[in-house]
Design a protein around this ligand. Structure first.
Ligand code: GAL
Length: 677
């Protein structure tokens, strides 16, 4: 733990509050309902720029003063946003060069949100100004709990301002044009650059982009947006405001930031997390988003800045989220380190682009199952308030398993010039995490080349490009007795995306003890069968073991009899290589076996499949969260106290279908979790 853990006095409960959409009589009702529900935090001002600064340099903050005073009087804390995600029409009218330009040269108009170019000087200046004005006015207000800079940085632009900034960044990275030409392999297709001015962002072009240029553009944009964030946080600190500053990352569908370097600069990492399925896999998704964000927070507390209380956007529709699920999922985030349960948004808009998005107060009003669940959640968070305090070392889990995560892994596989368009980094990582989740194993994420002390198992899904430090850290991990599992298309290239020749995976050939002569990616509807009956999709390849022994072979098809899964033992360490995307059951079995070999147990052994059990470490105690995702009750017995009921759990307590239990554990407690009756 390298950061000061973020420890509020209680779980933050509430969400985005947009009172400017409503007449003032509704504000009074809002405060009354917030108090009824136990809401203690409102995020305000996220999209208020046009009202706060109706014309350049003229500020109208009176209404925001009133909102903040109302909230304060109602004992509701404020997370104040800087509104820079949505510049007002006057701004873009005055500065059309600050509107974003698509890769094909189309300049976008205002009329939506996020219509800005982060590299436009006028936009940067205007952003600093509004941040400065807000910080001066509210920076020391007693209701202020945190700053929420911007909203979900991630708007790309390909304009000339961007081109100029990209060149500066490239000069910083490569120093000389020669080095850039080498890194970008510009000998191919006559792309050699003779001057920096000839370099442009990867704009729409005749055919495939230069892949290294494309990934560099993503690296650059993340850094550039971080600069913009830094400028605003500098203004806020300069005004003397001392509360935490953060910005909200977005998961999981797009990934425009390199979260490790960003997180190092946030007082507390925060994330917006929206389920992408109505099905049971949504529960695994909650765990995935939480484990990632906790890991960006160095294993410590983090903020869930947004989720949806009552809707799941999926399959082109807005599906109703079961209120019990909303409560359970909220506890799932908390169990994995969230210090908050905040939603978008408090009151459903009556009109506008997101009128149909879920809300804490739906269109139906307070007389609704959704609002009753909001009240229940407020009361539960109150009952479990002590959980908010982390242990002295700041680490909230005991995980000895790490998964490598890096945005560059994602970006590298988005290039459309790879052996397959169907190998998705996000799918690869999620399938590994999902299997660990089904196995009930605690998992952290860590960055390539990062500190692996404390971990006994390291899982590396499809990390195409590795630099020297990353390779070295893998070698050292295994030499120290670690158990490494590597999935295909890992370690193929160096950090410039140059393939290391001589057989794949060139960066790791010795470590994995094999050589892959050729790749055989699968069609979307194709699968391969292994000799234990399991299946693989997306990928296969011709593996030729060297020092590795074969655990599983392909059966049938072109690779009949060829190795599919191998292992090499190095001292006390092992390296397992998986050459296809194994199905969920087989991945789960593999992870269970590797974990057991490393002496790692699930949080609770032999629990029913539909019951999730999570341990969150606390200041004086550990806490067991039991989430029953099934339609049958469960039964939990062990030494502790049910924090909601206030009763001991030694003789066993039921957990209703769809229900939950949060227990303060006695020291060294072990648990029986069974299907009831
Ligand atoms: C978030 C965004 C919110 C709202 C929400 C709807 O990504 O920050 O402003 O748009 O999505 O799901």
């Amino acid at each position: 733990m390298t950061r000061t853990p973020f420890v509020p006095d209680r779980f933050w409960f509430g969400g985005d509050y947009n009172p400017e959409q409503w007449p003032r009589e509704v504000w009074a009702q809002d405060i009354e309902l917030m108090q009824r529900a136990g809401v203690n935090t409102a995020t305000i001002g996220v999209f208020s720029w046009a009202l706060l600064e109706p014309e350049e340099g003229r500020y109208d903050l009176g209404w925001l003063d009133d909102v903040i005073e109302l909230l304060h009087a109602g004992r509701i804390g404020v997370v104040l946003a800087t509104p820079t995600a949505s510049p007002p029409p006057w701004f873009t009218t005055a500065h059309p060069d600050a509107l974003p330009v698509l890769d094909d040269g189309t300049r976008l108009w205002h009329g939506s949100r996020d219509t800005y170019c982060v590299c436009a000087p006028a936009y940067r200046e205007a952003s600093r100004s509004i941040a400065r004005v807000l910080a001066a006015r509210y920076g020391d207000h007693p209701a202020l709990r945190a700053w929420h800079v911007h909203n979900e940085y991630g708007t790309y632009c390909w304009c000339d301002h961007v081109a100029a900034a990209f060149r500066v960044w490239l000069e910083g990275r490569y120093g000389t044009l020669d080095a850039l030409n080498r890194a970008w392999w510009t000998t191919f297709w006559s792309q050699h650059y003779e001057s920096w001015e000839q370099i442009v962002p990867p704009r729409a072009t005749q055919y495939l982009h230069n892949p290294t240029q494309a990934v560099d553009f993503r690296r650059f944009f993340s850094d550039e947006m971080l600069d913009a964030y830094r400028e605003q946080s500098t203004e806020i600190r300069a005004a003397g405001s001392s509360v935490p500053i953060t910005t909200n990352f977005m998961l999981p569908s797009w990934n425009h930031l390199e979260q490790w370097s960003w997180s190092a600069e946030l007082d507390v990492p925060s994330v917006d997390h929206y389920l992408d399925t109505t099905g049971p896999d949504g529960e695994a998704h909650v765990a995935y988003g939480s484990d990632l964000t906790r890991s960006w927070a160095d294993g410590g507390p983090w903020l869930l800045m947004e989720q949806s209380m009552s809707s799941i956007s999926t399959d082109g529709r807005i599906a109703f989220k079961d209120p019990a699920r909303a409560v359970r999922n909220s506890l799932g985030y908390v169990a994995r380190g969230a210090q908050s349960s905040l939603f978008f948004q408090w009151r459903a808009s009556a009109a506008g682009s997101e009128a149909w998005h879920g809300a804490m107060v739906p269109h139906a009003g307070a007389d609704s199952a959704t609002f009753r669940a909001v009240c229940e959640l407020g009361s539960v968070l109150d009952s479990i308030a002590e959980v908010v305090r982390p242990p002295a070392d700041g680490r909230l889990t005991n995980s000895a398993i790490a998964v490598w995560w890096h945005a560059e892994g994602w970006w590298a596989l988005e290039n459309r010039s790879l052996p397959s368009d169907h190998l998705s980094y996000s799918d690869a990582v999620r399938s590994v995490h999902r299997a660990a989740w089904h196995a009930g194993l605690e998992v952290d994420f860590t960055r390539p080349g990062g500190d692996l002390s404390g971990y006994r198992v390291l899982l590396v899904p499809s990390m195409f490009a590795l630099d020297d430090a990353a390779v070295r850290s893998l070698e050292e991990f295994v030499a120290a007795g670690g158990h490494l599992v590597v999935w295909p298309f890992t370690g193929i290239a160096d950090e410039h995306l140059h393939v290391v020749t001589g057989g794949y995976p060139g960066r790791l050939r010795d470590l994995v003890g094999l050589r892959v002569e050729h790749l055989a990616p699968l069609a979307p509807d194709e699968s391969v069968t292994l000799d234990d009956g399991s299946t693989g999709t997306v990928w296969s390849e011709l593996v030729q073991p060297d020092t590795a022994t074969v655990l599983r072979r392909y059966r049938g098809g072109d690779l009949d009899g060829c190795p599919a899964v191998t292992r090499v033992t190095r001292g006390a360490g092992t390296v397992t290589y998986v050459s296809t995307h194994l199905d969920l059951a087989a991945t789960q079995t593999l992870l269970e076996e590797v974990a057991a070999g490393a002496g790692i147990e699930p949080v609770v052994a032999d629990r029913p499949e539909h019951v999730e059990v999570i341990r969150r470490r606390g200041a004086e105690h550990d806490y067991l969260f039991v989430l029953n995702h099934g339609d049958r009750p469960a039964h939990v017995a062990g030494p502790g106290v049910d924090l909601v009921a206030g009763a001991r759990t030694d003789d066993g307590v039921p957990v209703a279908a769809g229900g939950y239990l949060v227990v303060r554990e006695d020291e060294g407690a072990t648990w029986d979790v069974t299907a009831a009756g």
